[in-house]
Design a protein around this ligand. Structure first.
Ligand SMILES: [Zn+2]
Length: 495
């Protein structure tokens, strides 16, 4: 089904609102709006909540506009993570920093009190920010990035929504998370996007999930290396049913993960399998192809939720832009790159933001290599593993021992942008790469400069980007580095 058809079916099938139908019938008005936005690139910046309540918004938006021509603001508007809210962890509650309208949350266990963020005195941040942002020519997008931990302050109602590992234990944080197949989580997410779409004058919504399937986690193939291989997900009642409906032998899948877990624990303890790590890994897959089917169940279930989000928002207002934050791990893992195929997302996306944080990428890639050597690639040296991945991923970067100190180059940003653009070719999907402006690094790793930021911005547009998301958070950025982005955008004639 092509995308236009999908939108039409979504709008008509779900039962369009009067506003939605009017937008469709008023085609000339819709086209005029689209043409208008097409002529100017989206220059976006994410921001945590605190500065939007505590600072003088006119001054702050003027700073963003002046330095870098920002015309879109992505607010971490729903979070139970203190750093995304922008406050300390003590007695932190979090939740929705706009006002939850309960008619949208009927079939979820979460209550008004679970969802309402009490920090900042309950001010409705979207209601406060949108009119002022519009005055500065800035569109507002709620950025819903899944939490990495079970919300501590409202644990009771949230924990039932969380994934279950292959030992039958409820997870409480990364790499586990809320289950895409749990109706309570689906209803919450769809209620949340509908609430934002109906209640506020937004430009669109970006949703993101920084996770991957259980098999890749068990094998430690992650930028967050050292993951407990016993926490493969998801084996909750809803996933078990869905797996059975797809014809997967659930118990064989579970046994496959048991054996993978043992393989990884032994590898990490320095026990080399008789025939080598790679052969052992492949043999386990031959013996338990159900584990691979389970991985695909997880990856496609997330895409199904994304399609539902897209359809829900479009049913409210087809002109709102819906897009996805894509976890940077996809840049390091040939395995996750396979399952997170942007071509699959293209059917239900208006924009995609691959996280291409080139400066912090060096350290993250080194961490990925360490994880990979603890399992599948335990036969190879660190240098050989890194070189193999760089070639597989088609990057031309510094040698392994220099990478953390140098970061990745602007060339990486260009190559990954170009790959994303090619993946969605034939669809009206825009690629808005997330470029690195002072994303926090570990000790000894390189730091951004105005020149490095300018280089990354130019590389993104050279790779074919139609917009850009200056990342990852306005409050983390040194002003001169944000100006570096602005200088490049001016040079390119985009602002
Ligand atoms: Zn599940």
């Amino acid at each position: 089904m092509n995308r236009r058809k999908f939108i039409q079916l979504g709008v008509v099938g779900v039962g369009a609102t009067l506003a939605g139908m009017e937008s469709l019938h008023g085609e000339s008005a819709t086209v005029a709006t689209a043409t208008k936005t097409k002529t100017s690139s989206t220059i976006a910046i994410p921001i945590s909540v605190a500065p939007l309540v505590q600072r003088d918004l006119d001054v702050m938006f003027d700073d963003m506009r002046t330095r870098a021509g920002v015309n879109a603001l992505f607010i971490f508007i729903y979070t139970h993570e203190p750093h995304r809210a922008g406050v300390g962890a003590d007695n932190f509650h979090g939740g929705n920093y706009a006002r939850p309208h309960m008619e949208f949350y009927r079939d979820t266990p979460l209550t008004l009190s679970d969802m309402s963020a009490p920090e900042f005195g309950g001010v409705d941040v979207l209601a406060r920010v949108i009119p002022i942002a519009q005055k500065h020519g800035i569109r507002v997008f709620p950025f819903i990035l899944e939490d990495n931990s079970l919300p501590a302050a409202v644990k009771t109602d949230w924990e039932n929504l969380y994934e279950v590992d292959h030992h039958g234990r409820r997870t409480s944080g990364h790499p586990g998370g809320p289950c895409f197949n749990h109706p309570g989580y689906q209803n919450f997410t769809l209620g949340l996007v509908e609430d934002y779409a109906r209640s506020y004058d937004i430009g669109g919504i970006m949703w993101g999930s920084e996770r991957q399937g259980g098999l890749l986690n068990t094998l430690g193939l992650s930028q967050s290396s050292g993951i407990d291989p016993g926490k493969t997900t998801c084996f909750c009642e809803f996933c078990l049913k869905k797996g059975r409906d797809r014809g997967i032998d659930v118990e064989r899948a579970r046994r496959g993960f048991d054996e993978m877990e043992l393989f990884v624990r032994n590898s990490r303890n320095g026990q080399r399998p008789r025939d080598g790590c790679f052969t052992e890994f492949w043999r386990l897959l031959l013996k338990h192809p159900e584990a691979l089917a389970w991985e695909n169940l997880w990856a496609t279930s997330r895409h199904e939720l994304q399609m539902a989000i897209y359809q829900k928002v479009k049913s409210v207002n087809p002109t709102l832009q819906v897009g996805w934050h894509v976890w940077q791990n996809v840049s390091f893992s040939p395995f996750q790159r396979a399952e997170e195929n942007l071509s699959d997302l293209a059917e239900f996306s208006d924009f995609i933001r691959p996280a291409l944080y080139n400066n912090v990428a060096g350290g993250r890639f080194v961490s990925f290599v360490k994880g990979a050597r603890g399992s599948v690639f335990g036969d190879l040296s660190s240098e050989a593993t890194a070189e193999m991945f760089l070639q597989q991923l088609n990057y031309d970067e510094a040698p392994y021992d220099k990478l953390a100190a140098t970061g990745f180059s602007a060339d990486y940003v260009e190559r990954e942008t170009q790959r994303a653009v090619e993946a969605v070719a034939g669809h009206p999907v825009q690629i808005w790469p997330g470029v690195d402006i002072d994303v926090p690094v570990q000790a000894g790793e390189s730091h951004c400069t105005p020149e490095s930021v300018a280089g990354a911005v130019k590389a993104a547009f050279k790779g074919g980007a139609q917009g850009i998301i200056l990342s990852r958070n306005y409050v983390e950025m040194k002003p001169e580095n944000l100006s570096g982005a602005g200088g490049a955008l001016r040079e390119l004639g985009l602002i």
